[in-house]
Structures are given as C-alpha cells and as structure tokens.
Design a protein around this ligand. Structure first.
Ligand code: FDA
Length: 301
C-alpha cells in the first residue's frame, strides 16, 4: 500500500459517516434481514453458498447479547423458510465474550443447538488477539459437548496459529484467513510473504488433521497455493471450500467456481455497519480514490 493510502486510511475516522456509508455499500447486504435474504438468494442463484453475519461487536450489555441471539435465531429460521444455502457467522464479543465467558458460552450454545435442529451450522469468527484463547476455548467446549455443527477461524498472521491447529479437537472445522486486526509484531507477522507462507502451512496442518477447511482469501497467491494443495492431496470438493467477502473481487470468485471449487460468500448486514466498513475500506487498494471522489462537491459516489 502507498504512503498516500496509509494516510487516508488513518484519517478514515474523520470522514463523515454518510460518505463512509456510501463508499462501503458494496460490502454490506443492507440493514435488514430481508435485505440479507435477498442477497443470499441472488448468490445461491449464481451457484455460491453464503454465510450471514449480523454486524455487531464489543458488546458490554447483557441485554444486547440476548438481542443478538434473538436476531441470529430469526436469521436461521428465515434462511430455512426461504430454503437458502447459507449458514451464519458470529462474533464472540457480540455474544458477550468481553462480559463473561460463561454467558457467551451459553448463548452461543443455544444458537448452535437451534442451528443443529434446523440442519444448519455456526461459524465463530476470530476477533483481535485479546479474544483468541477464549474463542478457541469456546469452540473446544462446544465440541466437547458433542456439538459438531460449529466451526472456528484461525488467522495466518498470528505467530501462534500452527500451535493452535495442533490443539484443536479431532476433525475440526476451521476457516483460515489472514487476519484483519492491528496486532503487535511479537504476536503477528507483518510481512505479506510470511503471512502467506503461514497460511499455506496452516492449510497443510489442517488437512493433515482431517479438518474441513474454509479457505478465506482474495489473494491469488494464496488461492494458487491452496489449489495446489487440494490437487496434491486429491481432496474432494466436499472436504474444503473457498470463502470470500461480499463486494470483493467478484471476477476471482467466478474463476474459482469455474475451476470446480465450492465457494461461500460472507454476507454482513444490520444497522451496526460502521466498524466493519472501516476495516473493509482500509483493505481496498482503491479506497483513497473512492473517498476523495465521494467527498467532491456534487458527487453521488
Ligand atoms: P489481501 O488483503 O492481501 O488482499 C488480496 C487482494 O484482494 C488485494 O490486493 C485487493 O486487490 C483485494 N482486496 C482485499 N480486500 C479488499 C477490499 N476490502 N476491497 C477491495 N479489494 C480488496 N479476518 C479476521 O480477522 N477474522 C475473521 O473471522 C475473518 N473472517 C473472514 C471471512 C471471510 C469469508 C474472508 C474472505 C475474510 C475474513 N477475514 C477475517 C478478513 C481477512 O482476515 C482479511 O483481512 C481479508 O480477507 C483480506 O485478506 P486477503 O486474504 O484477501 O489478502
């Protein structure tokens, strides 16, 4: 990324919210469950699976945790009623991880149990490094209770990730991504080459452990290496899937599908769009241009 991009990225919190909203629309399905259902339906029609994320994080009020659970239960039922191919992704801090581990565990368990009854699946996203150990504990505890329809995420930028693979339960279900939070260098690799190597190592270690793996990236180098591993190990399409974010690199999405791999799109929705949008914009190489264009007088973005 250029120095200019970094400068604009640092100034993003100063950009008026309506502008952030306008330029980040492509990343969000909308504010309502109906909007998310419509987006998933369109993706399914293209032969793509989905995972629905209700935006929200860092919750410090137990009443909001209850609300998050209710909203996710509604989403699971709406997906079932519409016969859509989509699971759900949740953020542990939206389920109260920063309030109390047991509270979070009980609420996530209630969701996973209901998802099981509906024949669906819950992915636990990974947040910043202050959450890593607790999130993995959450996953291990759910699995220890016999719940199989749940998966977790590991981040290739973390130095601890290969050790975390080794400490997962048998037949884990893991999404691997690079990781999006700002972490100190003693915890995380900073260099793209090293992150990509760790990504490939994590995929290998997970396949060795018989994991079902979600390969979550828009980086062609990582996609290339993952496809090489899939070929080398003669994996069946049902043993892994690629995953991409809504609104990012749709042409690459089509190439991956054309090559015969399954692909799932991450579909975020809800009124709490701001924090997620900032993270996505910072990763967009064209972000500075979009922001500046949207700020010009008379621009409709
Ligand atoms: P990289 O950032 O190198 O991007 C590769 C190329 O893709 C870029 O050069 C650019 O062309 C394009 N690109 C990437 N992002 C873009 C954007 N926003 N707009 C336009 N172009 C873009 N992280 C995390 O910490 N915890 C999690 O639980 C998840 N979950 C998750 C689910 C799914 C399905 C995906 C795809 C990603 C995540 N992530 C995540 C985010 C992940 O950690 C990472 O930040 C992004 O995927 C970007 O990394 P890439 O692998 O795409 O590589």
């Amino acid at each position: 990324m250029s120095v200019f991009h970094t400068l604009v990225a640092r100034s993003l919190p100063l950009v008026p919210r309506p502008i952030v909203r306008r330029v980040s629309q492509r990343y969000i399905a909308g504010e309502t469950l109906a909007a998310a259902v419509a987006t998933v339906r369109a993706l399914n029609a293209e032969g793509l699976m989905a995972t629905v994320d209700i935006l929200g994080e860092s919750v410090h009020d137990a009443a909001l945790v209850e609300q998050a659970l209710r909203d996710y239960l509604d989403a699971l039922h709406a997906l079932r009623d519409a016969r859509l191919d989509s699971n759900v992704s949740i953020k542990p801090t939206n389920f109260g991880l920063k309030i109390d581990f047991d509270l979070c565990y009980e609420k996530v368990k209630a969701l996973v149990v209901e998802a099981r009854a509906l024949g669906n699946f819950v992915r636990i996203d990974m947040e910043d490094s202050s959450c890593t150990s607790a999130t993995l504990d959450l996953y291990r505890r759910l699995r220890a209770e016999g719940l199989e329809n749940v998966g977790v995420v590991l981040q290739a930028y973390l130095r601890r990730t290969l050790a975390d693979v080794a400490a997962l339960p048998d037949r884990p279900n893991v999404r691997v991504c690079k990781g999006i939070y700002v972490e100190p260098p003693d915890l995380a690799f900073k260099e793209r080459g090293l992150i990509n190597r760790n990504f490939a190592q994590a995929l290998q270690a997970l396949f060795d452990r018989g994991a079902y793996v979600g390969i979550a990236t828009h980086d062609e180098e990582v996609v290339y290496e993952a496809q090489r591993l899939v070929r080398e190990r003669r994996l069946e399409p049902r043993q892994y899937e690629f995953q991409m974010l809504l609104g990012v690199r749709e042409p690459l999405r089509r190439v991956i599908r054309r090559d015969g791999h399954r692909l799932r799109v991450y579909v975020p929705y809800g009124p709490q769009w701001y924090a997620y949008s900032l993270r996505r914009l910072k990763e967009n190489p064209q972000m500075a241009g979009y922001i500046l264009a949207a700020m010009l007088p008379g621009s409709k973005g």
